[in-house]
Each structure stands twice: as structure tokens, then as C-alpha cells.
Ligand binder design. Structure first.
Ligand SMILES: *[C@@H]1O[C@H](CO)[C@@H](O)[C@H](O)[C@H]1NC(C)=O
Ligand SMILES: *[C@@H]1O[C@H](CO)[C@@H](O)[C@H](O)[C@H]1NC(C)=O
Ligand SMILES: *[C@@H]1O[C@H](CO)[C@@H](O)[C@H](O)[C@H]1NC(C)=O
Ligand SMILES: *[C@@H]1O[C@H](CO)[C@@H](O)[C@H](O)[C@H]1NC(C)=O
Ligand SMILES: *[C@@H]1O[C@H](CO)[C@@H](O)[C@H](O)[C@H]1NC(C)=O
Ligand SMILES: *[C@@H]1O[C@H](CO)[C@@H](O)[C@H](O)[C@H]1NC(C)=O
Ligand SMILES: *[C@@H]1O[C@H](CO)[C@@H](O)[C@H](O)[C@H]1NC(C)=O
Ligand SMILES: *[C@@H]1O[C@H](CO)[C@@H](O)[C@H](O)[C@H]1NC(C)=O
Ligand SMILES: *[C@@H]1O[C@H](CO)[C@@H](O)[C@H](O)[C@H]1NC(C)=O
Ligand SMILES: *[C@@H]1O[C@H](CO)[C@@H](O)[C@H](O)[C@H]1NC(C)=O
Ligand SMILES: *[C@@H]1O[C@H](CO)[C@@H](O)[C@H](O)[C@H]1NC(C)=O
Length: 373
């Protein structure tokens, strides 16, 4: 069956008349990073005498120690015009230290570059002179798979290159997300930085910074585990941080919704545990006559006490109603007459708390034995 949503997308593509064949709308932001796949370095030692391969205005250099990178490319390789330049596992001997990379000489020599990549190397630090970055046209900077640490001021690199639309700093050792303000629709790929702290990420999302692959990007959050009042670090997935931005939009009418606690679900083999931010929904004293139709993502606690609800129907809910994580319901002081509507629901299988004081329940079916506790 074709949903209205997909029909809408088709219409938009037709009207725009674009050749969107190979690009899924989710990954459009990554396109600026694409380097011709025909540019492989396999023939490196044969083809050219400079150690890099090129096709048109795109060039790629691999496994190479380059001296005076920019001049070398220009003089020895004869690359006098480049729009895409990719260094794979190269380091530059001209740098003061092999782990520092100043992008300025290349940006200066090749002002028409749109894509620049230095990946799979050992750089700790990258920097760029803002005067040079200012005249650059680079849209994608890929510095993934290095050892970038907090000596790199990623925000400063981004702010120094106004044309930049995407930076890939994934697979490094960054401990903080850069604070990029005033650059909405900027894309940041920061997955696989083991010590990345969650602080500030939500604020960046609110600034419209797009995090590439959010559900594969983890960050660390320090929490106090109340039972043992000890500090611990949990891993959060950026999708769960993004969903907290939606809490207020998803909140049922008349109710109030808030982040309540961090929940860690036991993963397979207890490995790579990823936590979630649980939501509490409070609809008490709101004159409700039925249960809310849907709840915010990852709602675990629902207070519907002191209303006029006549049925606690937890069956036949819509798939996106987000009742699936709910384990606490306070439905005291309503007009509920029967518990038959609870029978067979997912809630009954794993709930922790259900309170129904002050209702009009006259009998409890034998098929709900767990209600004893
Ligand atoms: C879409 O892709 C198919 C094959 O992958 C190709 O034959 C066709 O020409 C493409 N169309 C456009 C508009 O790029
Ligand atoms: C950046 O380079 C890495 C390593 O080659 C590659 O896997 C990744 O897809 C590139 N990033 C983007 C956004 O294209
Ligand atoms: C690489 O070498 C293969 C055969 O060894 C050849 O067919 C191909 O054209 C070469 N590619 C480049 C870019 O030189
Ligand atoms: C990078 O190049 C060095 C040699 O300069 C090599 O030992 C290493 O395996 C290469 N790394 C990758 C990821 O290809
Ligand atoms: C960059 O250029 C703009 C004008 O195009 C100018 O206002 C700004 O001061 C420049 N910034 C730097 C750091 O040179
Ligand atoms: C970078 O990290 C190191 C160790 O993790 C820390 O000592 C240092 O203060 C940090 N520097 C900055 C600028 O955050
Ligand atoms: C990565 O950063 C963490 C702290 O930010 C530090 O403890 C660790 O040694 C770093 N790892 C590498 C390989 O540099
Ligand atoms: C990010 O930068 C902006 C502007 O420089 C500042 O107002 C804001 O407080 C910063 N945010 C964080 C989390 O440091
Ligand atoms: C990240 O969170 C989303 C939604 O909470 C979930 O669908 C996804 O599986 C999670 N990813 C990982 C790697 O745990
Ligand atoms: C819900 O709000 C009411 C006041 O409106 C408060 O008395 C009650 O404790 C709240 N419930 C929860 C679970 O926090
Ligand atoms: C709703 O319940 C309150 C008591 O909680 C009661 O006073 C009121 O009459 C009820 N309203 C309706 C329309 O049943």
C-alpha cells in the first residue's frame, strides 16, 4: 500500500525535476563528501610519478609522506586546479610535528576545492588560518579516522571556513562536541569518539546542527545511580537526546511531560549497553475522560489520577502511541469499572506499579493474577 507520505515525496521529486536516483533524502548532506570512486590508489606506484592519482580536477593520494604538500602537488604532480582532494593514510613531513595538520597551505593553493579529506592517519590536531579559510570554497572536510583530541578546536576550524557544510570528525578521540552557533543546517559526523561527553549536544541540536547517523553516535553522561548513590557513566545514543527535544511537542493535550531518569536496558551479553532518557507524563486533575492517545517516546511513568477516565484500555493501541515502555500507572480516583480492558496487554507482562484506588471496580478476573502485588 502506498501511504500519502510517500506519494508526497514522489510529487516533490517530480516537481523539482531532480535526478535523485542514487541519493536517499536522508543522506543528501553526505553527497558533498563524495569523491569519485574510480579514484583508487591501487596503481599508485605505477601510473604517475608524483604518487597521487587524478581524474579531471579530483585527486587522491595514499600511504604517502608528503613534503611541502601544496607545492608538491602543484609542481611535481602538475595539479594546477583541484576541486576534490583526498589524502588517505598520508602524513606531511613539512609540519612541525607529524601529528599537527595545518590546512591553510592547501586551501590557499587550491581555492576552488570543495571536498578535502585527510583520513586514516595519525593527526592529533588540525588548524586553519581564518584569513585563508575565508576565501576557501570547501564544503566538506573529512578528517575521520585520525587521533584528533581536545587540542583540536573543531568549532574554530568550522568557523574559520564559512563555506563548510559538513565536517566528518568521526573515529577520533574528541571529548566534546564543538559549539557551533549561527551555522544552522550544518552537518556534524562525530560517531565513534569513545570519550565524547553528552554535555552541550542537545543545545547544538536546538541550534539546528544536524548530527549525521545519530543512532550510531554514542556519548557519555555522568549520572548518580540513586540506589547506590554512586557516580557512573552511561552511554546515550544521540537519537535519544534528539527525542527529548520532542517531549513537549509529543506531550498529550493538557498534560505535563518531563525527563525523569536514565534507563539502561540489559543488552545481549550485557555488552555495549546503551541507555535511554525516560519520560514521565503527568495528567492528574485534568478532567480527562479517557487515556491519552499517545505519549512521548520512551515514556515509563504515567499519572492519570483524579480524572473521569472510564476505561483503562491498554489494548489495540496505535503502534506509535509509545505505551510500550510504560511500567508505572497511577490511575487513582477515576471512574474505571472493569479491568477486562487490561487483559492481554503488554503492560501487564512487565509493569512495576499500578494503582487504582478510588475507582468503581467490582471484580477482578482470574486471568490477572499479577495484580496482587
Ligand atoms: C537511475 O538509475 C538507473 C540504474 O541505476 C539508470 O539506468 C537511470 O538512467 C538513472 N536515472 C537517472 C535520472 O539518473
Ligand atoms: C570520510 O572518510 C572515511 C574514510 O575514508 C569514509 O569512510 C567516510 O565515509 C567519509 N565521510 C563522508 C561523510 O563521506
Ligand atoms: C590500473 O591498472 C589496471 C591493470 O593493472 C589498468 O587496467 C587500469 O587502467 C589502471 N588504472 C589506472 C587509474 O591507472
Ligand atoms: C598507513 O601507512 C603505513 C605506512 O606508511 C602502514 O604501515 C599502515 O598500515 C597504513 N594504515 C592504513 C590504515 O592503511
Ligand atoms: C572574511 O570576509 C568577510 C567579508 O567577506 C569579512 O567581513 C571578515 O572580516 C573576514 N574574516 C576574516 C577572519 O578575515
Ligand atoms: C584535554 O584533555 C586533557 C586530559 O583528558 C585535560 O587534562 C585537558 O585539560 C583538556 N584540555 C582542554 C582544553 O579541554
Ligand atoms: C583519548 O582521550 C582520553 C580522554 O579524553 C584519554 O584518556 C585517552 O588516553 C585518549 N586516547 C588516545 C589513544 O589518545
Ligand atoms: C556556545 O557559544 C555561544 C556563542 O558563542 C554561547 O552563547 C553559548 O553559551 C555556548 N554554549 C556552550 C554550551 O558553551
Ligand atoms: C538508538 O536509539 C534509537 C531510538 O531510541 C534506537 O532505535 C536505536 O536502536 C539505538 N541505537 C543503538 C546503537 O543502540
Ligand atoms: C502530578 O502532578 C500533581 C499535581 O498536579 C502532583 O500532586 C503529583 O505528585 C504529580 N505526579 C507525579 C508522578 O509526579
Ligand atoms: C469528574 O470527576 C469529578 C471527581 O473527580 C466529579 O466531581 C465530576 O462530577 C466528574 N465529572 C463528570 C463530567 O463526570
Amino acid at each position: 500500500m502506498i501511504s500519502l507520505k510517500s506519494l508526497g515525496l514522489v510529487v516533490i521529486f517530480l516537481v523539482a525535476g531532480c535526478n535523485c536516483n542514487s541519493t536517499s533524502s536522508d543522506n543528501n548532506e553526505l553527497d558533498v563528501c563524495e569523491i569519485d570512486t574510480e579514484l583508487t590508489c591501487k596503481n599508485l606506484t605505477r601510473g604517475t610519478n608524483c604518487g597521487c592519482v587524478s581524474k579531471g580536477t579530483k585527486a587522491k593520494c595514499c600511504h604517502f609522506k608528503l613534503n611541502l604538500v601544496a607545492d608538491y602537488l602543484y609542481n611535481n604532480c602538475g595539479f594546477n586546479e583541484l576541486t576534490a582532494l583526498y589524502f588517505f593514510n598520508c602524513s606531511s613531513l613539512s609540519q612541525p610535528s607529524i601529528s599537527q595538520l595545518d590546512l591553510s597551505p592547501i586551501l590557499k593553493k587550491y581555492p576552488n576545492l570543495q571536498t578535502l579529506a585527510f583520513t586514516n592517519s595519525d593527526y592529533n590536531m588540525i588548524k586553519v588560518d581564518p584569513k585563508v579559510g575565508n576565501i576557501s570554497n570547501v564544503r566538506c572536510l573529512n578528517v575521520s579516522y585520525n587521533s584528533l583530541d581536545n587540542s583540536t578546536d573543531v568549532a574554530n576550524v568550522i568557523n574559520s571556513i564559512p563555506s563548510l557544510q559538513l565536517i566528518d570528525v568521526s573515529n577520533n578521540n574528541l571529548s566534546h562536541a564543538p559549539n557551533i552557533s549561527g551555522r544552522s543546517d550544518f552537518s556534524l559526523h562525530i560517531a565513534n569518539n569513545e570519550f565524547l561527553n553528552c554535555d552541550g549536544i542537545k543545545e547544538q541540536m536546538l541550534e539546528n546542527i544536524k548530527f549525521v547517523h545519530p543512532d550510531q553516535t554514542l556519548c557519555r553522561k555522568f549520572v548518580t545511580i540513586t540506589q547506590w548513590s554512586k557516580e557512573d557513566t552511561v552511554s546515550l545514543n544521540l537519537s535519544s537526546i534528539a527525542s527529548t527535544i520532542m517531549i513537549h511537542k509529543q506531550c498529550p493535550p493538557k498534560c505535563s511531560c518531563s525527563e525523569s531518569r536514565i534507563v539502561t536496558e540489559k543488552g545481549e551479553n550485557n555488552q555495549n549497553q546503551v541507555s535511554n532518557i525516560a519520560v514521565a507524563v503527568n495528567c492528574s486533575y485534568r478532567h480527562l475522560t479517557k487515556m491519552p492517545e499517545s505519549l512521548p517516546t520512551y515514556t515509563t511513568t504515567l499519572d492519570v489520577s483524579h480524572n473521569n477516565i472510564t476505561s483503562l484500555n491498554l489494548n489495540g493501541l496505535k503502534p506509535d502511541s509509545n505505551y510500550d515502555k510504560l511500567n508505572y500507572i497511577n490511575a487513582n480516583y477515576n471512574e474505571i469499572k472493569t479491568l477486562q480492558t487490561l487483559e492481554g496487554s503488554e503492560f501487564l507482562k512487565a509493569f512495576e506499579y499500578l494503582s487504582l484506588k478510588g475507582n468503581q471496580i467490582s471484580k477482578v478476573s482470574k486471568s490477572i493474577p499479577s495484580l496482587g502485588h
